[in-house]
Every structure is written in structure tokens, then in C-alpha cells.
Design a binder for this molecule. Structure first.
Ligand SMILES: Nc1ncnc2c1ncn2[C@@H]1O[C@H](COP(=O)(O)OP(=O)(O)OP(=O)(O)O)[C@@H](O)[C@H]1O
Length: 215
């Protein structure tokens, strides 16, 4: 997928607020995790979702995904039929190649193996994994495996890609390898939201949502 495939998908957050516990409610939002969050999320943008630990980043990802109903406000997902969530810890099939991991979503959508491999190789290259296409998942480094998960996420052709702390488990050098390739996400034409503590990840994104602005 590239910018030419950009969709008119969007997510509209209307005055969204959330609290899990009764004692977080009822003080005009003062004790909410966050409140009053109104934003429009557009395709082709990569949003860094930042804020201190416990401020509600993962919670907001789940609200955007529709897995948690916000206590206040509402979320409109327009043309967002397909979403993909990239977890903190890369999960793959140990003895399958990197290429297999990214080609499979194309094959599942009905592409023949040759076309699926061609599309998968394009995505692997975009995430700096072109030379590792035939390497088994179990032989990839942590940073390579995380980039593979991002490439596979794009391969599933979602309108909405949610990424939870992609560099949290990585050392600085490996984290930089991941951050250096995040621009490939903005070219994917997908709405991407990345919860992160990493200032380099934040800087690699096109937009920032800082939960401190909604406390
Ligand atoms: N299902 C739940 N029930 C009750 N409380 C919850 C639930 N999920 C999260 N919380 C609480 O809500 C707060 C926000 O959690 P969340 O995981 O969204 O924060 P975060 O900003 O992603 O944190 P971190 O940066 O440490 O991952 C925390 O105090 C957490 O304990």
C-alpha cells in the first residue's frame, strides 16, 4: 500500500473521557484518567500517543479500537472496517521466514503466491528488512522482529493500525532501527496510532496526542 491508496477512513473523538474506578469519577473530570479529548484522526498520519505511565495511553488505544466504551463522549470510526493491533512483544511462527509472515495476509486475501511475495518484499524493503526476507522468525533480532510486525500490520491492509510501545523492550540502538523506519507507516495510507514513552518514536511520528493536555 502507498500514499496513492490512501483511504477516506477517519476516527472522530468527541469529548472523550475515561475512568475505571468510581473514585475517579464525578469531580468535573478532575479525577478522570483523561477527559475532553476531541480530535480527528486521518489516514496517512502517524499519531504518537504520549503521556506519563498510567495516564491512559493503552486505555485510549482500546477506546479507539472500540474494545472499551468511553465513560464520557463518543468515538466515530468512519470507513474503519479493518483494524490491526501491533503488540509490544513480537509474535511470529519460529521457523517461518520473514517473507512468509508478510506474504500470508496477501494470500489470505486471495493473491497468488508470486504476487503476494512481490507485495511482501516491497513492504519488507520499506521496513529495512529486504535482505532478511528468507531469515526464519526465530533468527531475527528484537528490532528486526518488531519491524516485521509493523510490515505485517500494514500487509493486513487495515484502515486503522494501533501500535503499543514498539520500542519498549528494545535497547537504544535497536529502538533507533525501528524509529528510523516508522516513516514507512505514514506512506501506508493507514491511520496509525502509536502509544509510546520514547521521544525518538514521538519525533518520528507526524502528529502528537499528549494525554497531559486532557488531564
Ligand atoms: N481494566 C481495567 N480496570 C481497572 N483499571 C484499569 C484497567 N485497565 C487499566 N487500568 C488502570 O488505568 C490506568 C491507565 O492504564 P493504561 O495502561 O491505559 O496507562 P498507560 O498510560 O498505557 O500506562 P503505561 O505507560 O505504564 O503502559 C492505570 O492506573 C491502570 O491501572
Amino acid at each position: 500500500m502507498n500514499a496513492a491508496d490512501k483511504t477516506d477512513a477517519m476516527v472522530l473523538l468527541h469529548d472523550v473521557g475515561h475512568a475505571f474506578h468510581a473514585n475517579q469519577r464525578g469531580h468535573d473530570g478532575a479525577d478522570m484518567l483523561f477527559h475532553g479529548l476531541t480530535r480527528r484522526l486521518d489516514a496517512g498520519h502517524v499519531y504518537a500517543l504520549i503521556g506519563p505511565s498510567g495516564s491512559g495511553k493503552s486505555t485510549l488505544l482500546s477506546i479507539i479500537a472500540g474494545w472499551i466504551a468511553p465513560l464520557e463522549g463518543s468515538v466515530e470510526r468512519v470507513h474503519c472496517e479493518q483494524l490491526h493491533w501491533v503488540q509490544q512483544n513480537p509474535h511470529g511462527v519460529a521457523h517461518r521466514s520473514a517473507l512468509d509472515h508478510v506474504a500470508l495476509p496477501f494470500i489470505a486475501r486471495g493473491e497468488r503466491r508470486e504476487a503476494a511475495n512481490r507485495h511482501a518484499l516491497g513492504l519488507l524493503a520499506a521496513f529495512g528488512l529486504g535482505s532478511l526476507a528468507m531469515r526464519r522468525f526465530c533468527d531475527l533480532s528484537g528490532g528486526e522482529a518488531q519491524r516485521l510486525m509493523l510490515a505485517r500490520g500494514v500487509a493486513t491492509s487495515p484502515q486503522l493500525l494501533l501500535v503499543d510501545e514498539p520500542t519498549a523492550q528494545l535497547d537504544r540502538h535497536t529502538a533507533r532501527e525501528v524509529n528510523d523506519h516508522l516513516h514507512a507507516l505514514s506512506r501506508s495510507g493507514v491511520i496509525v496510532v502509536i502509544a509510546t514513552h520514547d521521544p525518538d518514536t514521538r519525533d518520528a511520528c507526524t502528529d502528537v496526542i499528549d494525554l497531559r493536555d486532557y488531564q
